[in-house]
Design a protein around this ligand. Structure first.
Ligand code: SF4
Ligand code: SF4
Length: 92
């Protein structure tokens, strides 16, 4: 049970200091969640803190690859209004 940061991460640092388990590493080319440390915040917070603060849609996913902040969830832009480039990036 752990979340995953993918290639959409910009390395903005927003998530780095909110993790209750110090599970996030500032790796390159994008940040990394150490699976053995991540509890998905269960027992500490009602929501995963990294995903709650991450400003990039699709950058944090669960073990099934489902984005915690899917396209449109932060911007309010419906996916059908996005340029195809964004759709490809978010699902690759
Ligand atoms: S879900 Fe919670 S425990 Fe896991 S990396 Fe994000 S902030 Fe840390
Ligand atoms: S908040 Fe999101 S974009 Fe910023 S470093 Fe963390 S995972 Fe990457």
């Amino acid at each position: 049970m752990a979340l995953i940061i993918n290639h959409l991460c910009t390395g903005c640092d927003a998530c780095l200091h909110v993790c209750p388990n110090d599970a996030i590493r500032a790796e390159s080319p994008y940040y990394l969640i150490e699976a053995v440390l991540c509890t998905e915040c269960v027992g500490d917070h009602a929501k995963a803190q990294c995903a709650a603060i991450c400003p990039i849609e699709g950058a944090i996913v669960d073990e099934l690859g489902v984005a915690l902040n899917p396209l449109g969830s932060l911007t309010g832009i419906p996916p059908y209004k996005l340029h195809p480039f964004h759709l490809v990036e978010a699902h690759s």
